[in-house]
Design a protein around this ligand. Structure first.
Ligand SMILES: [Zn+2]
Length: 165
């Protein structure tokens, strides 16, 4: 089952897998995506799950993940890195964060539970991309820092600018 990387528009370096809970995902290991590759959910698109009630959308609805992620942003702020979003999410929603950590693992937050490609971070980043598709967040790519530096580049997020001069 070939999966086309939405960034490379190619399937040369892509693989398809399932997360521990059965969520299908694809990952592209083109060097430009950093060590962990670029991960997406090929079967989860807005058109297929408009109400986000199936697949991993069921967990998201249960956790009200999209609304909670949006509370991690301030309208006056410029782009913040994915790592900062994750720190804020964990600080504000420790029980949800613990659930995701136990379900999906994390590269360095939970060394006992070595995650596959589909980690807690991959899950949360995918939900941020849902928000970007809906126009509720803006995405840029920038250099990864600190404990995320192994990624080389990492997503950067902010609330949309409603009134550009
Ligand atoms: Zn790619």
């Amino acid at each position: 089952m070939p999966a086309f990387c939405p960034l490379c528009a190619s399937d040369d370096r892509t693989e398809t897998h399932e997360a521990d809970d059965g969520t299908p995902y694809a990952v592209c290991f083109h060097p430009s995506h950093g060590q962990d590759g670029y991960l997406w959910e090929p079967t989860t698109s807005r058109t297929e799950t408009p109400d986000r009630s199936s697949g991993s959308g069921g967990l998201g609805a249960e956790l009200e993940i999209w609304d909670k992620l949006l509370t991690c942003f301030e309208s006056s702020e410029d782009f913040i890195s994915y790592g900062e979003v994750e720190d804020r999410f964990i600080a504000r929603y420790p029980s949800e964060a613990t659930l995701l950590l136990h379900r999906y693992g994390h590269r360095w937050r939970d060394p006992e539970h070595r995650s596959g490609q589909y980690s807690m971070s991959a899950y949360l980043a995918l939900r941020l991309r849902d928000l970007e598709k809906d126009g509720l967040l803006e995405l840029e790519w920038g250099p990864a820092k600190g404990p995320w530096a192994y990624n080389e580049i990492i997503s950067q997020w902010r609330l949309p600018r409603r009134s550009e001069p």
